[in-house]
Design a protein around this ligand. Structure first.
Ligand code: ATP
Ligand code: MG
Length: 422
């Protein structure tokens, strides 16, 4: 009835690792996401192991190891060009702040280790030597039915670690599963604990949710259960008060390629009536999530560039989009507009062709794209170094931006001469 794991399809290094533990009188089980994904017939992203060997023992069994997370019992083992996280079986006692367990205790029973895991579908272990699944919480049944359910009492489990509610929303979208009703009902009463979760951990989950085929599932759940307003009040208000616009943003997100910045720009583009305010809120949100500098630059830029649909007959409109987005992002800005207006795909493709032709014929998007630079003005036009150089370059840029055919060395030098006499 249930799906099974086919041991012969696992990499040789996985077999070898398990055998090395056996030879040393210890056991290693495959656990967590890889067991779940293999049972779903998907490729496993990485193979994680749980073992009854202590971390020092694990280190002594292999030639190449890294003490990645030795404090919580995790050793990275390098074998046959692959790397595996091997974690000593843990029970978890108390959680006082809803973020991190206070104390780690090592245990000998795989079932105890599975009991501390978040969802039943993530709490299945696989014994490769016996070809046997250890599934004390009905994870296989939930996998077959497409249900996300906590191991044990949801409220208790969410109050131990507030991040779990966001993980639940994330798995709902990456797996396209439903939340068990009791599990979802415990989201709201856990928001105060969720509020203590760090920005980095939220970002990691968003990153994963935004790679899903339908990220909208996760964001719909976040909106419905209050996670969104707990992360950011303005985003929460957007989802709650402007439901139609928010729903359109979610649909647009699903249509876009699975790229963090592009999809996030689609989500946040309609936050406020004007693009400038939306871009500012987006930047503040990304800062809260400890996003990279590059993300904090790209998302607001895409929001500004994709704020309005340029008309085909209005070159100044699509040139403005290209200038705001720049060489690397203008096609992404158009992709966002296409995702919001799928019925206008043809028009938007025509705009894309116009911009391409413009760029081919010399349309500058920054002063760096001009066919001359400041030093040419000094050498060829005889200008003195100083503020007049910048002023003339700006004027030349404006002219070439309005008419790309002017972006030619001799033409620009002539214009510079004329401008310097004004
Ligand atoms: P992914 O495929 O996205 O990596 P995953 O299930 O492997 O999903 P990880 O974050 O890599 O997720 O965690 C590995 C395993 O550790 C999970 O399957 C789960 O059993 C356990 N786990 C991770 N985070 C938590 C948590 N916050 N609370 C309880 N168990 C957790
Ligand atoms: Mg994982």
């Amino acid at each position: 009835m249930h799906a099974t794991i086919q041991p012969e399809r696992l990499p040789r290094a996985v077999h070898e690792l398990v055998e090395i533990f056996a030879k040393n009188d210890r056991k290693a089980w495959l656990v967590g996401g890889c067991v779940r994904d293999l049972l779903l017939g998907k490729e496993a992203k990485d193979f994680d192991f749980a073992t009854n060997a202590r971390p020092e023992e694990t280190r002594s069994f292999f030639r190449r190891t890294i003490p990645t997370g030795i404090a919580h019992g995790t050793i990275t083992v390098l074998l046959r060009g692959m790397s595996f996280e091997v974690t000593t079986l843990r029970g978890e006692k108390s959680y006082s702040d809803g973020r991190r367990p206070d104390e780690i205790e090592f245990v000998d029973d795989i079932r105890e280790d599975l009991a501390r895991r978040d969802f039943t579908i993530n709490a299945i272990a696989y014994d490769l030597i016996k070809d046997e699944l250890i599934d004390p919480f009905g994870g296989q049944l939930d996998l077959a039915r497409g249900i996300i359910r906590t191991v044990g009492d949801p409220l208790e489990r969410f109050r131990e670690d507030g991040l779990r509610i966001l993980r639940g929303a994330r798995f709902a979208s990456t797996l396209e599963f439903r939340l068990a009703p009791e599990t979802e009902a415990a989201f709201e009463p856990s928001l105060d604990i969720f509020a203590k979760v760090s920005g980095e951990r939220i970002r990691d989950e968003w990153q994963k949710a935004l790679k899903a085929r339908r990220p909208s599932i996760a964001f719909e759940i976040m909106a419905r259960t209050g996670i969104l307003r707990t992360i950011d009040a303005e985003l929460g208000a957007y989802a709650a008060e402007r439901r139609a616009a928010f729903a359109e943003a979610l649909a647009a997100m699903d249509r876009l390629e699975p790229e963090f910045c592009i999809r996030l720009a689609a989500l946040l583009r309609g936050l406020h009536a004007d693009a400038g305010s939306s871009a500012k809120t987006a930047e503040a949100l990304l800062r809260k999530l400890r996003s990279s500098r590059d993300e904090m630059r790209r998302v607001p830029l895409l929001i500004r560039a994709a704020s309005t649909l340029p008309e085909l007959e209005r070159p100044e409109q699509w040139r403005r989009l290209a200038r705001l987005a720049g060489h690397d992002e203008w096609e992404n800005a158009l992709a966002i507009l296409r995702a919001f207006h799928p019925e206008k795909t043809k028009d938007i493709d025509a705009v894309r062709d116009k911009i391409r032709m413009d760029l081919d014929s010399g349309l500058p998007l920054t002063e760096k794209d001009l066919a001359i630079m400041g030093s040419d003005l000094i050498r060829e036009v005889g200008l003195k170094p100083g503020p007049s150089i910048g002023r003339i370059l700006r004027a030349l840029f404006d002219e070439a931006f309005a008419d790309p055919t002017l972006n030619e060395r001799s033409v620009l030098l002539e214009r510079a001469k004329a401008l310097s006499k004004e």
